[in-house]
Design a protein around this ligand. Structure first.
Ligand code: AGP
Length: 612
């Protein structure tokens, strides 16, 4: 996820651009850059790292011009370097473009444009668009909007693009496909941005662009067309948020915003992962077919929520690829003298890529000769840098300390690995892999459905606010979900919550049940292994001792004795955790609110634990 800003008006453009980027830094902070509309040749400055690096580079040499574009980056293709920072320009240095999203067919485009003589200077997918627009603008005799319309027809993926050209510097052109772009209507000035936070200090009049709509903006005009050039009458609206709320997209907390971003995070992490010939695309693994077939064991190392994703990796990889998987708490791993050899693949899962426990475990595994594959949400952080290969999740920056969207995308990542390994070693047929991949593609819509029907659960949660113990029960792939639900509640509500394997209840924990104890039971999908019956018995056992039972189960199931039933869409058993987790995230969020806690920055915690 990146932050995009455009401006055209009487102000010195750098001011509203930098201010806008500061408001959008939560969308990505790997690098930042601006292009200013100096007639003849654009003024470009861009720096890796936080926005402050760009500001420091700007202070002396800033021309006073009245239009420009700005970008703060969350790296997807190409690490966070000066060269990969946006804006990207054509070879004349007269056309600049900034981009949020993923251009799936960028490498084919790059090859075609290089064959036409374009010279590339970055590793990004975005730069292909700069050279493409440059060619198309010439065909359109200098009309940048016409060039943009034709460029979009050649692109695959999800993107917002904003461009400017030195020959008409006060004209800024933007387009969106599956990625946000809003226009701010000022007095004698106009703005474009990824979200209204960027310009809310200047105007509260806004227009939200629709799919495949192109906007051409000058200080005194905003024209919106479809890709055929037909003018569209925009719907203007009044922004009701203040600046702080706007950074959270209108949500009260980053955590709630990130919970609601999960459909897009999952969708983005799945983009382009099945080739036209039905093969899982996981080039990042950098392992030959022979090496994959020679694998004897996989060891997953992680902490906290990432560890729970690792537990699900075990179920998926063993079921699909028939490769033994052990899951280790990273801080314990190296002290037990683990058995490691070149036929061991170690998977290190980390949202931040800076967790010291995971990093130290990774170093130990490497020193023992294992190949290490990282799953990470933060580009070029330490763990990916020290691993042999990395699969980046596309959850975008996760600001809240309690991990939500990163967790779901970590599960997606380990499922993709499981399908890839199974396809390579023949444990699954291509048709089975395609079927499962298509089920994964259905998940964003099903997550959205849960989010849109969660109000009754959120209201019910508030009746538990006084409880100081909550138990979570799950079996099989529901067990890691129970652990994750308990961890969320510990982190956010500061109460003693515990997740148990349902079968363990009778071996001690049932003594914890008292009258009114809330118990959340995750019922398995379908009735594989007869687990449903056993979980229903668990529900009766706790109910008989006075527990208040909330059940998460699939649509259509009937449950005796539950105080509240949360129904989630039916999916194949292994995919249920991705859906069953969402209500538990909302439960923890509402409990934190009801208890007056700091949701985004809970006490005693940090977003990345960089000490052992
Ligand atoms: C999850 O909500 C917690 N914030 C914590 O358990 C976290 O998952 C753990 O510290 C690992 O962090 P990482 O994914 O950045 O390595």
């Amino acid at each position: 996820m990146c932050g995009i800003v455009g401006y055209s008006g009487p102000q010195s453009a750098a001011l509203p651009l930098i201010q806008g980027l500061r408001r959008l830094e939560y969308r990505g902070y790997d690098s930042a850059g601006i292009a200013l509309g100096t007639p003849g040749t654009l003024f470009i400055e861009k720096k890796a790292g936080k926005l402050s690096n760009l500001e420091n580079a700007l202070d002396a040499s800033l021309p006073t011009v009245h239009s420009g574009i700005g970008h703060t980056r969350w790296a997807t293709h190409g690490g966070p370097t000066d060269r990969n920072a946006h804006p990207h320009v054509d070879n004349d240095g007269k056309l600049a473009v900034i981009h949020n999203g993923i251009i799936e067919n960028y490498s084919e485009l790059r090859a075609t444009l290089q064959a036409r003589g374009h010279k590339f200077s970055s590793e990004t997918d975005t730069e292909s668009v700069a050279h493409l627009l440059s060619d198309l603008r010439k065909e359109h005799k200098g009309d940048l909007a016409g060039a943009m319309c034709d460029a979009v027809k050649l692109l695959r993926g999800s993107f917002t693009l904003v461009a400017i050209h030195a020959d008409n510097p006060d004209v800024v052109v933007g387009v969106r496909r599956n990625s946000p772009l809003v226009v701010g209507l000022g007095k004698g000035e106009n703005f474009m941005a990824s979200d209204v936070a960027a310009f809310i200090d200047y105007t509260k009049r806004a227009i939200e662009l629709g799919q495949d709509e192109v906007v051409t903006m000058t200080p005194t005009s905003v024209v919106i067309t479809n890709l055929k050039g037909a003018v569209i009458v925009p719907k203007e609206y009044e922004i009701s948020w203040d600046a702080t709320a706007a950074q959270k997209g209108g949500f009260n907390h980053f955590m709630l915003k990130e919970i609601f971003e999960q459909p897009k995070a999952v969708a983005d992490t799945l983009i382009g992962r099945l080739s036209d010939n039905k093969q899982i695309v996981l080039d990042e693994l950098h392992m030959s077919i022979e090496e994959i077939r020679a694998l004897k064991k996989i060891t997953v190392i992680a902490c906290g929520t990432a560890y729970h994703a690792g537990m699900l990796a075990k179920y998926a990889i063993e079921k699909w690829a028939k490769i033994p998987v052990e899951v280790e708490i990273a801080s314990e791993y190296r002290y037990r003298d683990p058995i490691v050899d070149p036929q061991t693949l170690v998977i290190a899962i980390s949202q931040s890529g800076e967790t010291m426990d995971t990093l130290m475990a990774l170093r130990h595994a490497k020193s023992a000769g294992a190949r290490v594959f990282a799953i990470c949400n933060t580009h070029s952080s330490t763990i990916p840098r020290e691993s042999d290969a990395v699969l980046y999740t596309h959850a975008g920056p996760e600001i809240a300390v309690a991990s939500t969207k990163a967790f779901l995308t970590q599960i997606i990542a380990v499922y993709l690995i499981g399908l890839h390994l199974a396809q390579i070693n023949g444990a699954l047929k291509d048709v089975q892999v395609e079927e499962l991949y298509n089920e994964l593609l259905e998940l964003p819509g099903k997550i959205e459905q849960i989010l849109q029907t969660a109000e009754p659960l959120r209201a019910l949660t508030r009746t538990f606010a006084h409880n100081n113990i909550v138990l979570f029960l799950g079996r099989n792939i529901g067990y890691p979900v129970a652990l994750e639900g308990a961890l969320k509640l510990k982190e956010l509500a500061y109460i003693h919550a515990e997740g148990f394997a349902g079968g363990e209840l009778k071996h001690g924990p049932i003594a914890l049940i008292d009258s009114g104890t809330p118990v959340i039971a995750i019922l398995p999908v379908g009735d594989e292994h007869g687990l449903n019956e056993k979980m229903l018995s668990n529900i009766q056992e706790v109910k008989a001792r006075g527990a208040r039972v909330i059940v998460i189960t699939e649509e259509g199931a009937n449950i005796e004795g539950a105080e509240h039933i949360i129904r989630i869409p039916v999916v194949p058993a292994l995919l249920q955790p991705i859906l069953a987790t969402v209500p538990l995230q909302l439960f923890a969020y509402e409990m934190a609110l009801a208890r007056g806690n700091d949701v985004d920055q809970p006490r005693n915690l940090a977003k990345s634990v960089t000490v052992e």
